[in-house]
Design a protein. Sequence first.
Length: 272
Amino acid sequence: RVNITAPLSQRYRVRIRYGSTTNLQFHTSIDGRPINQGNFSATMSSGSNLQSGSFRTVGFTTPFNFSNGSSVFTLSAHVFNSGNEVYIDRIESVPAEVTFEAEYDLERAQKAVNELFTSSNQIGLKTDVTDYHIDQVSNLVECLSDEFCLDEKKELSEKVKHAKRLSDERNLLQDPNFRGINRQLDRGWRGSTDITIQGGDDVFKENYVTLLGTFDECYPTSSYQKIDESKFKAYTRYQLRGYIEDSQDLEIYLIRYNAKHETVNVPGTGSL
């Protein structure tokens, strides 16, 4: 039973956080009057352990209002076979005007996080996902409303951290977030003394380096790193990539058997 203290003209929408081993339908009603009906997909495999990632938050798009100050709200699940498992973690009836934008942001963040991985179990990271990409997805998650989706926000944040760990594990370069230059003689980044490391901002979530321009060809501003040959796997192709916010005549060298050289110009209004 729901007791309403707000004006009866206030419109609401229903949100459900559920876990299920099967596809199913949710129906809602107020005092026996049907309100919503929707089809929802399974969130977990039969026999798997129940974890936070086993749950999904969904919402009905059709708003409604209560006709009485005290009403009976009913949620029921339909169209699934016996032996399956359905868990309801939370049911919310929230003002429609406030939640539409919050739910849109949540759906966008969930889609962005899921697209980082090769499968729904988050075991592998897609090959085209970069650290910068992960940082931008992290920004989406951080902007989610604590008031309306705190649990989902925490869950997505953990998935983003996992994606970052997977990215670090497959990266052959050490110290990809520029914690230091010339810190160790035999590993990490080496470079000129005029290189500066700056903290994260709206563009770069992690540290980044600034290389000052110079006209001295004998002593250019440079940074480099050596990768031990034993790190490379046989019959495997590798790709060098990164994010550049602004550059003019930036020369990039990749040297293994044959040197590869490219000069990059990135205007301040663009990125590469």
